[in-house]
Design a protein around this ligand. Structure first.
Ligand code: PAF
Length: 267
């Protein structure tokens, strides 16, 4: 597995590749959900590249950025074991140089509301970095986890205009045995917190099946010390391996000071 720290070295390597390239952008602290993206990329491309870059521009909260988990050595080990060909590990100044001439895309309509409302600037930051990575890595297919549902929608929307030949592949959320959606931020929960957080998936599944109502759901989450930021039903248009998904129940809230999100998709 090759490691690249600069765009220049990466582009020399990129020019040597002849077949389809699958790309998985990450912020590190890799878990089984990321590996599912890597496996999907491995199965459908001749080459697989992963980027690890904790993008400061997408954190609306400095404390969240400072506390973002970093497990770089372990990440590199698991990526090499997963058959990844190349890892792109740019520094901040490589991504955002002083005399920056890159004209970045801006998020479209799908960035309105939900995460867009509660995390001002978040999707501007995501699109800014993902647009650059798409331009430099130049993949045929790019892989994103459905846990970050609105991110998938925002990326699908801007990429269809600015990177029309690139296919955005969204991959179902990987869950712990108890239903908790895998997330790098789970590393910051206590063991008890990780057990409690399982009720989030229970609640959104019940909302989807219409076996619970909103007031009950909020109270039930509170009993597990989970403070809801939003719990709502939205209309979407998301390409998945099981076809186009048109609806979702989405949740965001706090447990032990950690912000958690999850969703269930349906038609
Ligand atoms: O989902 C993430 O980890 C990040 O938002 C991404 C897509 C790597 C952009 O920094």
């Amino acid at each position: 597995m090759k490691l690249f720290f600069t765009k220049k070295k990466w582009s020399e390597y990129r020019e040597s590749l002849t077949g389809p390239l699958g790309f998985v952008p990450t912020m590190g602290a890799l878990h089984a959900g990321h590996l599912k993206l890597v496996h999907e990329a491995r199965n459908n491309n001749d080459f697989v590249a992963v980027s690890i870059f904790v993008n400061p521009k997408q954190f609306n909260n400095t404390e969240d950025l400072i506390n973002y988990p970093n497990t770089l050595e372990q990440d590199i080990l698991v990526l090499s074991q997963a058959g990844v060909d190349a890892v792109f590990l740019p520094s901040s100044s490589e991504v955002y140089p002083e005399n920056d001439t890159f004209i970045t895309a801006v998020p479209g309509k799908s960035a309105e509301g939900l995460e867009g409302a509660f995390r001002p600037g978040h999707f501007e930051g995501v699109v800014n970095v993902v647009d650059r990575l798409f331009e430099w890595i130049h993949p045929h297919n790019a892989y994103f986890g459905q846990k970050d549902l609105q991110q998938c929608l925002v990326i699908q929307e801007f990429a269809s205009e600015k990177h029309p030949n690139l296919k955005i592949v969204t991959v179902p959320t990987e869950r712990e045995k108890n239903g908790l959606a895998m997330s790098s931020r789970n590393l910051r929960l206590s063991e008890e917190g990780r057990n409690r957080a399982a009720v989030i998936f229970e609640v959104i599944s019940k909302m989807k099946d219409s076996t619970a109502d909103y007031d009950w759901a909020i109270e039930y989450l509170k009993q597990y010390e989970i403070e809801t930021e939003y719990l709502t039903n939205i209309e979407i248009s998301l390409n998945t391996d099981t076809g186009l998904m048109t609806k979702a129940w989405v949740f965001a809230g706090y447990l032990e000071g950690i912000r958690l999100i999850d969703n269930v998709l349906y038609n």
